[in-house]
Write a protein that binds this ligand. Sequence first.
Ligand code: ADP
Length: 264
Amino acid sequence: MLEFRNVSFSYNGDSWVLRDINFSVEKGEFVSIIGSNGSGKSTIARLSNGLLLSQKGEVFLDGNSLKDIDINRMAKFKVGVVFQNPDNQFVGITVEDDLAFGLENMGLERNQIQMKILEISEKLGIKSFLHFPPSLLSGGEKQKVAIASVLILEPDYIIFDEVTSLLDPINRKMILKTIREISVGKGVLYITHHPEETVFSDRIIVLNEGYIVKTGTPYEVFGDVDFLASVNVSNLNEAIFSKKLLESGLIERFSLNLEEIVSE
Ligand code: ADP
């Protein structure tokens, strides 16, 4: 379990950007965080794998505090983070090099690495461009490679931090589908400022100015649109759309446009 207990965080030691944050993500659970820009979502992502350490409270990974240096080191493997901009995450000259990088660092043998690359690239549909430099890929393809390079390390938990925000609607849909497929059995923290992307979650956490202001099932969270409006949740129209989607019972035919599903 990945658990935040009474976590507060400040970048400058003066003003708190997260205040008394409490939540947990179990293996097999899909938990989303929504909130407007600057509400503290990315800071939660960075605290989840020890990239940042909290000044107050603690983050626990399977019962151990990330402030313990050995656990913190292990967290880099157990908790994978996929960020908004895949261009900042590529380390290899080709997609294949990129996928091999983490495994080489772990000391795996060449043929084991090859097998894992083959398996993951088939799973994510990126096999045909393994020998391409990442710069030649589309935004959606790049994000798939970024997800594959995290997934190949077999983390128990994956944090997705605004991974669709640079994508067009077609690629957004494709990446959302991919994320749902690969998330089975993992603990997922899905961070977004697009409320509509979270309708499949087991739980949604609403963050506002560093505080958790609501936690609940998608139905509970989007059922109270007036509350969401009052806490300045990003993109209220999407929250209203999400409510309609849930009420329509068409959630499994997810689209980013309700009209499209209804007219199918
Ligand atoms: P979100 O992901 O919801 O947009 P962030 O976690 O990125 O929010 O930011 C929360 C607050 O912390 C914002 O006020 C932001 O300006 C501030 N902040 C983020 N990163 C840094 C940093 N490296 N140094 C100082 N302040 C930061």
